[in-house]
Each structure stands twice: as structure tokens, then as C-alpha cells.
Design a protein around this ligand. Structure first.
Ligand code: GUN
Length: 283
């Protein structure tokens, strides 16, 4: 029997309604949540993502300030802007859209963002807190994946979880979150041998490799929960994930589509983190 398709949009909508209520309550206490989104250069995909983030903020009542800087911006100029945003009491969250132009050292910028305003959860302090089991601000995409599992009421404790991809943005924090929820976690990557033997052991399979249709139905355990983080545009213009949806859906118990699966959850968790960051703001 084909697996059930997970409606990420519907889950995101439900969470956003709760976020909207929290924003209303904060406003009644005189607090207007503020998010700064910084975009350097003209990367077309980044421009689209930043636009979606600003629109989502507006929809729930969070104030967003999008700052678009030319690709020629120097590292020192970007660091100076981050410092200014760190000091602004009306800005609770700071997001610098990645990737940055090659002449800017990403790690330096991530380190410069105050860990208290780091709504991406990329700062080593927040990443470290996650890995020692005391999460603070958690990276949005893996957090969204966790919320999907929780909202569907799917058990994580004791399950075999396999994460394909070891990026700092998704794979590593995803593994830490699943471990925190008591799954037995394996991380696979480009040098992994016998990948399909490992993926076939997964009760929960999270795929974030950036390769269209990389995981096929034969690599999936019958009944598994498959979360597809990939967003790839084919030369035909079609948007596909890292999982070959049609073959995997025949085998999986639950599966996220692309688009409409993990994607809407990522921005939802950014909104959530912006409200969480208010708790870390210096009074
Ligand atoms: N580029 C792709 N995904 C992300 C993300 O989650 N945060 C930031 N800052 N940049 C990204």
C-alpha cells in the first residue's frame, strides 16, 4: 500500500496560527518581535527565499527588515552591520542569508552574530548547546523535520534513524535532535559505503544531500517515515527533492513531497525562533 503523503503546508499553517496568537500576546505587552534578514549579492534562489521569509513574518505580525547589500560588500562592512543589529533592542533575530560571496568568510559572520539573536541556530554556542543536550536556538530545517514527526505523533524513541547528508545546516543538527529524542542515529554521506544497506534499516530516513532523486524506493524500508529536505530544480524547470517520490512513496509509510513537505516548516521554525529569541534579549 502506498505511503501517506505528509502535508507540510497544513502542519506549518497550524503552527503559524499558534505563532500569530503568541505575537498578539507579546504586542499586548508592548513587545513587537523584530527580525533582520540580510542578503548580500544577487543569488536568485536566495532572493526568493528572503522574499518568502519577509512575507511569512508579515503574515504573523513579526516586523521584518530586509537589508539588501551589493555583492561587492566587504567582510568588514558586513561585520559592522551585524554589530549594529546585535546592539538594536528592536531586533530580536538576525539572519544572514547563505551562501555569502566568496570573499566573505561565512564562519566569521556566523560567529559575529550574537548567539542570543541567532535565529538560524548556526552559532557554535547554539550548535554546541544542541549537541550537549540543552538546545537553545535550533537550526530551522531540522527543527521543522522534528516538528513534523511530533505533530504526526510518530514515535522516535528507540527507532533506527538514518540521516543522509552531514551539513552543518541540516545533517549534523538533525542527527543531534533525533539523538536527543532517543533514536539510534546513523549519519551517511558521500563517502559512505553500501549506502542502500544502511538506508534500508531506517525507520526514520531524513535526506539532505542536494542531489535530485538520489534515494529511490529500493533504498527505503517498508513502512519507513521519509523526510525529504532537498529542493532541486531540474533543467525542465520542475522542482524535485532528493528522494524519488514516486518509487519511495510505494514503499514508505509516510513521506514528504517536494514542494509542500519540509519547505514550509523551515520558515515556520524561523518565525518560532524569532519569538524564542525574545527570551534571550537583554532586558
Ligand atoms: N541558505 C539556505 N538555507 C539557509 C538557512 O536556513 N539560513 C540561512 N541563513 N541561509 C540559508
Amino acid at each position: 500500500m502506498p505511503g501517506q503523503v505528509i502535508d507540510g503546508k497544513a502542519i506549518a499553517l497550524k503552527l503559524r496560527e499558534a505563532i500569530m496568537e503568541r505575537v498578539k500576546a507579546l504586542k499586548s505587552q508592548g513587545i513587537l518581535p523584530g527580525l533582520a534578514v540580510v542578503l548580500v549579492g544577487e543569488d536568485p534562489a536566495s532572493q526568493v527565499y528572503v522574499g518568502h521569509k519577509a512575507k511569512a513574518c508579515q503574515e504573523v505580525g513579526i516586523k521584518s527588515e530586509v537589508m539588501k547589500l551589493p555583492a561587492s560588500t566587504s567582510e568588514a562592512e558586513l561585520l559592522a552591520l551585524v554589530e549594529k543589529l546585535n546592539a538594536r533592542p528592536d531586533i530580536h533575530g538576525i539572519l544572514v542569508q547563505l551562501p555569502l560571496p566568496k570573499h566573505i568568510h561565512e564562519e566569521k559572520i556566523i560567529l559575529a552574530i550574537s548567539p542570543d539573536k541567532d535565529v538560524d541556530g548556526f552559532h557554535p554556542l547554539n550548535m554546541g548547546q544542541l549537541f550537549i543536550g540543552s538546545p537553545r536556538l535550533v537550526p530551522c530545517t531540522p527543527y521543522g523535520c522534528l516538528k513534523i514527526l511530533q505533530e504526526l505523533g510518530l514515535d522516535i524513541a528507540g527507532k533506527q534513524a538514518v540521516v543522509v547528508g552531514r551539513s552543518n545546516i541540516v545533517g549534523k543538527p538533525m542527527a543531534a535532535l533525533l539523538l536527543q529524542e532517543h533514536a539510534t542515529v546513523t549519519i551517511c554521506h558521500s563517502r559512505t559505503r553500501n549506502l542502500s544497506e544502511i538506508t534500508k534499516t531506517a525507520d526514520i530516513l531524513v535526506v539532505a544531500v542536494g542531489k535530485p532523486n538520489f534515494i529511490t524506493g529500493e533504498m527505503v524500508k517498508p513502512g519507513a517515515v521519509v523526510l525529504d529536505v532537498g529542493i532541486n530544480r531540474l533543467p525542465t524547470g520542475k522542482l524535485v527533492g532528493d528522494v524519488d517520490f514516486s518509487s519511495a512513496a510505494e514503499v514508505a509509510g509516510w513521506i514528504t513531497p517536494v514542494p509542500g513537505g519540509v519547505g514550509p516548516m523551515t520558515i515556520t521554525m524561523l518565525l518560532f525562533n524569532t519569538l524564542e529569541a525574545i527570551n534571550y534579549a537583554r532586558k
